[in-house]
Design a protein around this ligand. Structure first.
Ligand SMILES: C[S@@+](CC[C@H](N)C(=O)[O-])C[C@H]1O[C@@H](n2cnc3c(N)ncnc32)[C@H](O)[C@@H]1O
Length: 289
């Protein structure tokens, strides 16, 4: 089973078997969107382009729009990401997404709000031909618990032959055991979410091991080169209670390093791009990848 990077070590190119220490600067649940946005800020400075799918895009905290991932990513500057699909099945949240799409519209950008079940709509998004081999593509899967079917994750991973669509997959560590125990009516949902019949084994595992098991599935079953589980904490409990693990899966060797930096810096003012390039890579300009 793979292990975690230590957040404070310099990250190696290949996955190094180290466990997390409790971080000095933990990411709280209300800051999880800032983590995604900061990571993309770093990453698109290399790619200078990109597409973004948000499978579960409606705002989790209706009154805290600075915690809404879709908004933070769409408003991020420079606006290198050009194609967006924002999926949401709750009709009451759709007007906020349409409003956001209209507010962030600009030349050369395509923002599509996709109403309905992400799992049913994904085929259409992938089939429209816009996510090509060369298009750096990211997908946020910020589900509440069991909404993202494993077959959807498989489709995302299989779409590109070269560098796969990069994934930010949220695992509901904080209440997963309770949710599994309470799943007497919705066995089908949990089976689709896990993608296999042996989901009951998850209830017997420690949450850290479960997160590692997920990260391993992204590598071993889906073929990602890197997959790591980043803890997202409950603020009231301090850095003691993990609410989510964000499984970050990527084929890029730079990706884990950039996520490590994003994790440490997400709550601080944004650095100048040249500063990041110099500090992390010892260069001031990047070639496109
Ligand atoms: C945890 S929230 C997403 C939070 C959001 N990423 C943010 O930054 O605030 C999950 C969202 O997914 C929506 N949802 C649940 N099941 C869905 C499905 N099958 N397809 C699309 N959206 C779904 C919910 O209505 C909710 O708005």
């Amino acid at each position: 089973m793979s292990r975690q990077y230590d957040l404070f070590d310099k990250l190696p190119i290949t996955d190094k078997p180290i466990r997390f220490r409790t971080p000095d600067r933990p990411i709280w649940t209300e800051n999880k969107s800032k983590l995604i946005e900061r990571y993309l800020y770093y990453f698109v400075m290399i790619t200078k382009h990109g597409a973004y799918i948000d499978g579960f895009a409606g705002p989790q905290y209706p009154d805290k729009h600075d915690a809404w991932a879709a908004k933070l990513v769409l408003e991020s500057k420079p606006p290198f990401l050009r194609k967006f699909w924002l999926c949401e099945q709750d009709r009451e949240k759709l007007p906020q997404l349409y409003h956001l799409a209209a507010a962030c519209k600009q030349k050369g950008r395509a923002i599509t709000v996709v109403p309905g079940d992400f799992n049913r709509n994904l085929d259409g998004i992938l089939a429209n031909g816009e996510i090509t081999e060369k298009m750096a593509t990211f997908c946020l899967l910020d589900q509440h618990t069991f909404e993202c079917e494993w077959v959807s994750v498989q489709k995302l991973a299989a779409h590109k032959k070269g560098n796969k669509i990069e994934l930010f997959y949220f695992l509901a560590t904080g209440w997963l055991e309770r949710a599994i125990a309470g799943t007497t009516r919705n066995m089908q949902n949990i089976r689709k979410w896990w993608g296999r019949d042996d989901w009951a084994v998850l209830a017997t595992m420690r949450s850290f091991d479960r997160a590692l098991l997920f990260a391993d599935r992204f590598k071993e079953e889906l073929g990602y080169k890197h997959a790591h589980a980043w803890p997202i904490y409950n603020k009231e409990a301090g850095a003691k209670r993990v609410m989510y693990h964000m499984i970050h899966a990527s084929d890029h060797d730079e990706a884990p390093k950039l996520m490590s930096r994003a994790y440490r810096k997400a709550n601080q003012p944004k650095e100048d791009l040249a500063e990041v390039q110099q500090e992390m890579f010892g260069v001031t300009t990047f070639q496109k990848i």
